[in-house]
Design a protein around this ligand. Structure first.
Ligand SMILES: C[S@@+](CC[C@H](N)C(=O)[O-])C[C@H]1O[C@@H](n2cnc3c(N)ncnc32)[C@H](O)[C@@H]1O
Length: 244
């Protein structure tokens, strides 16, 4: 069986001789999110989103041509891993072992425990299109376990760490699941960014906070703005389950 984790480790640590490994990992995530932008995928690169293009070009700037090719191969390794092992989380494993090393509470839940928690929460839930939410999603692995039970639900992941939000976006994109990922603080509702994943055809679509179901529907202190919004009908009135 192919060892994708080791392949990814070799590819990225090799690049790490000239650049900082955690910078490379963050850049890899940004390059992935930009490359799989919905416009790039759906127009087969004939159309471009200008701000996405700028972010991509700015991210690859410090790298030489052969290094950009290596980063492309690393993204390929992640994609091949998911084709062979759907719903697995090679990004989260790499992040824990080589980047966070447990700092800032950045240890993710082991996969068998995610599977168990998803099972006890979702068992018996009927139908499709239910909403499953993790307000501190890390690399999104608890939501991936929920997807093993029913991949036709809608998944919502929030994390205040940019790298975690981007890992979740890529994990969901590569698995072809429908998801909204918000890079925001779940406690203060401070919004930094977000993406719709595979929502309207395949691809990653950056969104603003007023396009985010997560941000719109979280309980907020009562303000005039919230009063108006809370009177509108939720766009998806089905069950909502919180995993974390
Ligand atoms: C222990 S990890 C758990 C991740 C995932 N739910 C799992 O079980 O593998 C906790 C995550 O919560 C995130 N986090 C901490 N405080 C947060 C906040 N106020 N809003 C959103 N995310 C937060 C951290 O960045 C980290 O990724």
């Amino acid at each position: 069986m192919r060892d994708y984790f080791n392949e990814l480790t070799k590819q990225l640590t090799h690049l790490g001789r000239r650049h900082d490994l955690s910078r490379i990992f963050n850049d890899l995530l940004t390059i992935g999110v930009c490359s799989f932008h919905k416009t790039n995928i759906q127009s087969r690169l004939k159309e471009k989103d200008e701000s996405n293009e700028q972010l991509y070009l700015q991210t690859i700037k410090p790298y030489e041509k052969h290094e950009i090719e290596e980063l492309g191969k690393a993204l390929g390794t992640i994609q091949l891993n998911i084709l062979d092992n759907p719903y697995s989380d090679v990004l989260g494993e790499f992040f824990m072992q080589h980047i966070s090393k447990g700092q800032n509470g950045q240890y993710f839940t082991p996969e068998p425990i995610c599977d168990f928690m998803a099972k006890i929460n979702l068992e018996g839930l009927k139908g499709e299109g239910n909403r499953v939410y993790d307000p501190a999603c890390g690399s999104g692995r608890m939501l991936l376990s929920a997807a093993k039970i029913n991949h036709r639900n809608f998944f919502y992941g929030v994390d205040s760490a940019h790298s975690c939000a981007q890992m979740t976006a890529l994990n969901f994109f590569f698995n072809g699941l429908k998801c909204e990922v918000a890079w925001m603080n779940s406690l203060s509702n401070e919004w930094f960014g977000g993406w719709n994943i595979n929502m309207d055809g395949l691809g990653i679509q950056p969104i603003q906070k007023d396009q985010s179901q997560i941000w719109r529907e979280v309980p907020k202190a009562k303000t005039a703005e919230f009063e108006t919004r809370s009177n509108s009908t939720p766009s998806n009135p089905s069950h909502q389950l919180t995993l974390f």
